[in-house]
Write a protein that binds this ligand. Structure first.
Ligand code: FES
Length: 111
């Protein structure tokens, strides 16, 4: 199955091959996406935050309350933000597109 990462500059794209059962964060890191994932999936850091393409968001199982709480703290979080460490890929998610958030210090800059 395929996952597309849109880079933080909004232009570059990385197409990744993944398998059902893979965690999205691991796939992103294996393809050198700049997601730190500091807490390794413990929902304690939000550095694995990604913004899911609007069309794909409803295909994902809803976020848990703990995940929502962490997302409230994530820099640049949007309505379709998720923690990539909480997304386990399934066949249904083939073709998923997620955006790597721009770093917080760049949020005010020209786009
Ligand atoms: S890796 Fe820390 S919240 Fe996902």
């Amino acid at each position: 199955m395929r996952v597309t990462f849109v880079h933080a500059d909004g232009k570059g794209r990385t197409e990744a091959q993944a398998n059902p059962g893979d965690v999205l964060l691991d796939v992103a890191q294996a393809h050198l996406m700049p997601l730190e994932g500091t807490c390794e999936g413990q929902m304690a850091c939000s550095t694995c935050h990604v913004i899911v393409a609007r069309d794909d968001f409803d295909r994902l199982p809803p976020a848990s309350e703990e995940e929502e709480d962490m997302l409230d703290l994530a820099a640049g979080a949007r309505r379709t933000s998720r923690l990539s460490c909480q997304i386990v890929l399934t066949e249904d998610l083939d073709g998923l597109t997620v955006h790597i958030p721009a770093e917080s210090r760049n949020m005010q800059g020209p786009r």
